[in-house]
Design a protein around this ligand. Structure first.
Ligand SMILES: Cc1cc2nc3c(=O)[nH]c(=O)nc-3n(C[C@H](O)[C@H](O)[C@H](O)COP(=O)(O)OP(=O)(O)OC[C@H]3O[C@@H](n4cnc5c(N)ncnc54)[C@H](O)[C@@H]3O)c2cc1C
Length: 504
């Protein structure tokens, strides 16, 4: 006998996480007769930041039937080829974490191996490692076009994501979800009804006395973590011993004329500053550790560092880095900030939301709630969080900055074993250790290792068989062909004006 299907799913919260979950779940379950409803409180509002993404967002939008042009026009969106890191290795240094891969038409040898040997032979004349990543070359040239499917094309190996206005994205998803049948309830949740025997959530009570019941609850209530924390008391695993940043000032500034197709992350005394170019304005923020920099100092530093006039008063956000021990507890799944927050350095929160939603759909329970489904969900989601945590910690751990206590402490902190082993393996062999459920794969780790100055000691023995002049010459040709290919593209601003200019 087929077990009874879920009758109703209630999404608690209408920020990016809530509306992404409502849209995707509704598409997955509506034909089976399950209703998806969402409750949110306009009086509480949404966190309203979260403007940069990684390339997987494209798959999410595609899966829910949201085409790219509509999305970019509605959200004042721009294209993101990666992140420029400034002053992380030390003041004056910069490098790029580009999306996609380094140009790989080098036979069986990786671009990194070529570059290391060329560097041994001709030093700086081998160019920056960035010069072999099309996304980095295009970003620095301020150019953009979509990748080419043909693997012989210089435009084949890069990928891209988006910058967008988080509030407008939530609004767009809401319109779409409501059109497709999701019912929205406005109101503040003030109480929860639990089944006395099973501890399952039966329903929530709103301030005005209405009761909303469901079989499955998706906790997208943001940092409040209304159900996962407040009702179910699921423990929080704190990452702050490695990632002590716990505040951010955020402020919009005037649009940048040239519209750089990338996020900038600049290391500062007690954290780092983001710059995210949108069509109508630029998003900025200083993410900092309040144990090292006062709120007033951080605010002043951010305002002094803007590339354009501030358009509003800075807004302070407080957070703690870490995650819930389990995300799916009984009949409640926490997704978004209610489930944890790693910190926004690599723009990973929305991709964690996406991973959570996709995983839930593939492990969707029926009314019997087989505990094996929750256990598998929790296992994978925890790995994904912890892999991202390691990747982010590495940005701080490998710094050569020693100008403040914040950076000195980061250089000497004890690392999670999973990260320490990866760093040692790369240092000694040049090999990137990949574990399962990684969001960031080999080229990303290489970009960060090399960018932060970790050059492996060993050279690939197979490279010794190649003519040294040939290696140097092939890299020189590749570098110049990428630069020429980038120069042939429209500027990012021209591309947007032509294809997806937002109104208003
Ligand atoms: C400083 C900072 C920078 C960030 N930058 C990025 C980035 O660049 N890229 C990225 O991917 N992510 C980023 N994030 C994370 C990103 O903002 C979030 O992951 C994303 O916005 C999802 O938030 P959310 O939907 O979980 O929570 P929220 O947006 O806070 O939504 C919570 C919802 O719950 C509702 N709610 C809460 N309590 C109740 C109640 N009692 N009754 C009814 N409703 C209730 C609220 O009304 C709201 O609708 C950043 C976060 C911070 C703090």
């Amino acid at each position: 006998m087929t077990p009874p299907r879920l009758r109703r799913i209630l999404v608690v919260g209408g920020g990016t996480a809530g509306w992404m979950a409502a849209c995707a779940l509704n598409q997955a379950v509506r034909l089976g007769g399950t209703r998806v409803e969402l409750v949110e409180s306009d009086a509480i509002g949404i966190v309203g930041v979260g403007e940069a993404t990684v390339p997987t967002i494209r798959q999410f939008n595609q899966d829910i039937g949201l085409d790219e042009v509509t999305f970019l026009k509605a959200t004042q969106g721009t294209f993101k080829l990666g992140i420029e890191f400034r002053d992380w290795r030390g003041p004056g240094n910069r490098f790029f974490h580009g999306f996609g891969d380094y140009v790989v038409n080098t036979g069986p040898y990786s671009t990194l191996n070529h570059w290391l040997v060329a560097r041994d032979l001709v030093g700086d004349a081998a160019g920056d490692f960035d010069a072999y990543h099309m996304a980095a070359v295009m970003a620095y040239a301020g150019r953009f076009a979509a990748p080419d499917k043909d693997p012989r094309s210089p435009y084949h190996y890069f990928s891209y994501a988006f910058h967008f206005d988080a509030g407008l994205y939530a609004r767009l998803l809401r319109t779409k979800a409501e059109r497709e049948g999701v019912v929205r309830h406005e109101g503040r949740i003030t109480g929860t009804d639990l089944d006395p025997e099973t501890g399952f959530i039966r329903g929530v009570r709103l301030e005005d006395g209405r009761d909303l019941s469901a079989d499955l609850f998706i906790d997208c209530s943001g940092f409040t973590s209304l159900m996962a924390d407040k009702v179910l008391g699921e423990p929080f695993l704190d990452y702050s011993r490695w990632l002590p940043v716990d505040r951010a000032w955020a402020v919009p500034s005037a649009r940048l004329g040239a519209l750089p197709p990338y996020t900038r992350a600049t290391a500062l005394e007690g954290g780092w500053q983001w710059r995210i170019p949108l069509q109508h304005r630029t998003g900025n923020g200083y993410v900092f550790s309040s144990a090292h920099v006062s709120e007033d100092e951080a605010r002043a530093r951010l305002l002094a560092n803007l590339d354009g006039a501030a358009l509003d008063e800075p807004r302070l956000l407080r957070f703690k880095t870490g995650r819930r021990q389990r995300f799916w507890v009984r009949n409640c799944v926490a997704i978004g900030l209610s489930s944890g927050f790693v910190e926004p350095l690599e723009s990973t929160s929305i991709s964690l939301i996406q991973g959570g939603i996709t995983r839930l759909i593939s492990l969707l329970p029926d009314q019997t709630f087989n505990p094996a489904l929750a256990a598998e969900y929790n296992r994978i989601q925890a790995l994904e969080f912890d892999r991202i945590r390691d990747f982010i910690i590495m940005h701080y751990a490998l710094t050569q900055r020693d100008d403040t206590d914040f950076w000195r402490e980061r250089r000497t902190m004890t690392l999670p074993d999973s990260l320490a082993q990866r760093i040692e393996t790369f240092r000694e062999t040049g090999h990137v250790v990949l574990l399962n459920e990684e969001t960031f794969v080999t080229p990303s780790w290489q970009a960060l290792f090399v960018g932060l100055g970790l050059v492996p000691t060993r050279r690939d023995p197979l490279m010794a068989a190649r003519q040294r002049d040939e290696i140097v010459e092939s890299l020189r040709l590749r570098r110049s062909s990428l630069a020429q290919a980038a120069a042939r593209l429209p500027t990012h601003a021209e591309f947007i004006a032509r294809h997806c200019r937002a109104g208003g």
